[in-house]
Write a protein that binds this ligand. Structure first.
Ligand SMILES: *Cc1c(COP(=O)(O)O)cnc(C)c1O
Length: 418
């Protein structure tokens, strides 16, 4: 009794720093090291938790392998959750995170879904800032605005207890990974078409279900989904469009949220539609939330040549998409998420980079059974919502076009000298 109240909170205001004495070469854009998606920066952040003491003092230390017992809870019972974020080098020279408390809160709710320890989620961004104060200057040079690193905060059950039980020990760690950026790899115009090919899931394949955990960023969601993903890739598709239920509701695509812009068949007005969060079938994306907020505030009136859209979160089926497509009412559809994904298996030379996903990526085709729906053609003259939303987001992320002080930005001050 009372032990919960006495254990230490996660506190990133004080961290133990051990600097690397063996700095690694920073990979060039498009190099095999960068394309490996596994080459991390010089340092990582860690914080250990035990049920008796709570959170220990976080550390920033040289990047290296972890040591955990073969009986560690995460290895057997998938007590693991993670986040995907980025740190951006702005056009004003500053380092920024985009809405990091949204990721902190989501990591906390994922942790709770799999009995990992609770923490003050605001501390996540502080810990990332401390890591980036050290690695930012070398890995995202000030004179190279527009570059970013992918951040992977992860929480694992690390205790050795093999009996099935809630973890008694846990480890939070954060690594930063240079990530290929399509705009750096090829000259504009040569970069290939970013339109994605989505393969709708078959009725016997389900990603998430009501009462399940598809709305949490748990590692347990992804391994099993790779079977369908691999099959989709084998027939030339980029991602699975996950359908759910007898009525084939459209949920999300791969590890990104899915949106469609179509004309309402009764009113003739344009709608931006995406699946709702209430039934817990989709991951509540930070990009999804931002797209909804931007569209609601900025797109209720026309923007340039774009007609106003009504923004709607509701269940909708692949049958509705198909009907709209047959009737020429599809304007465009797109997916959104933080990670930039390339469509190749493990390694791809520059020239093979044909399709990619970049915050917000238009969908080119959806295959449902034996129907191939071209999502670009019919609505081409009215499309452009994805491009506009992406431009707004990019300005906020990189502090440009008058968005240097946007409320969604968290600026990392106090970078150390190289
Ligand atoms: C991470 C993720 C997303 C996108 O979330 P963002 O916060 O926008 O990056 C969407 N769907 C799934 C299944 C995901 O894992």
């Amino acid at each position: 009794m009372g032990s919960v109240a006495n254990v230490a909170e996660l506190d990133a205001s004080v961290v133990k720093i051990t600097r690397s004495t063996d700095l690694r070469p920073v990979p060039a854009p498009g190099s095999p090291e960068e394309l490996s998606h596994s080459y991390c920066t010089d340092h990582m952040a860690t914080a250990r938790w035990t049920i008796t003491n709570g959170w220990e003092t976080p550390e920033i230390k040289p990047y290296g392998n972890l040591s955990i017992p073969p009986t560690a809870s995460c290895l057997h019972y998938a007590t693991e959750c993670f986040e995907g974020m980025k740190v951006y080098r702005g056009f004003d020279g500053k380092l920024r995170l985009f809405r990091p408390d949204c990721n902190g809160e989501r990591l906390l709710s994922s942790a709770q879904r799999t009995t990992l320890p609770s923490f003050r989620y605001e501390e996540l961004k502080v810990l990332i800032a401390k890591l980036m104060q050290i690695d930012g200057p070398r890995w995202l040079p000030k004179d190279q605005p527009g570059r970013f690193l992918y951040l992977r905060p992860t929480l694992i059950g690390s205790g050795p207890h093999l009996g099935i039980q809630t973890p008694k020990e846990a480890l939070l760690f954060i690594v930063a990974v240079p990530w290929p950026d399509p705009s750096q790899l090829k000259k504009p115009g040569q970069a290939g078409k970013p339109g994605l090919k989505l393969l709708a899931s078959a009725p016997d394949t389900i990603r998430a279900w009501p009462g399940g955990f598809g709305n949490a960023k748990l590692g347990a969601n992804y391994g099993p989904s790779l079977v369908a993903h691999g099959k989709a890739q084998a027939v030339g598709f980029d991602q699975v469009l996950w359908l759910f239920g007898e009525d084939r509701q459209v949920t999300e695509a791969g590890a990104s949220n899915f949106f469609v812009v179509w004309e309402n068949k009764d009113t003739g007005k344009l709608e931006l539609v995406t699946a709702p969060l209430e039934n817990q079938l989709i991951l509540p994306g930070v990009t999804r939330r931002s797209v909804l907020q931007l569209a609601r505030t900025e797109m209720s009136k026309s923007v340039g040549s774009l007609a106003p859209v009504e923004v709607i979160e509701r269940d909708f089926t692949i049958g509705e998409v198909e009907q709209a497509w047959k009737e020429g009412r599809i304007v465009e559809s797109f997916v959104c998420g933080t990670a930039v994904r390339f469509n190749s298996h493990t390694y791809y030379p520059r020239d093979m980079l044909t399709r990619y996903q970049y915050y917000i990526t238009p969908v080119k085709v959806i295959r449902n059974g034996d129907v191939d729906m071209d999502m670009l053609e019919a609505g081409a003259s009215r499309a452009g919502y994805a491009v506009q939303l992406k431009a707004w987001l990019e300005a906020i992320m990189f502090g440009k076009d008058g968005q240097e002080n946007h409320e969604w930005s968290y600026i990392i001050e106090g970078e150390s000298e190289k």
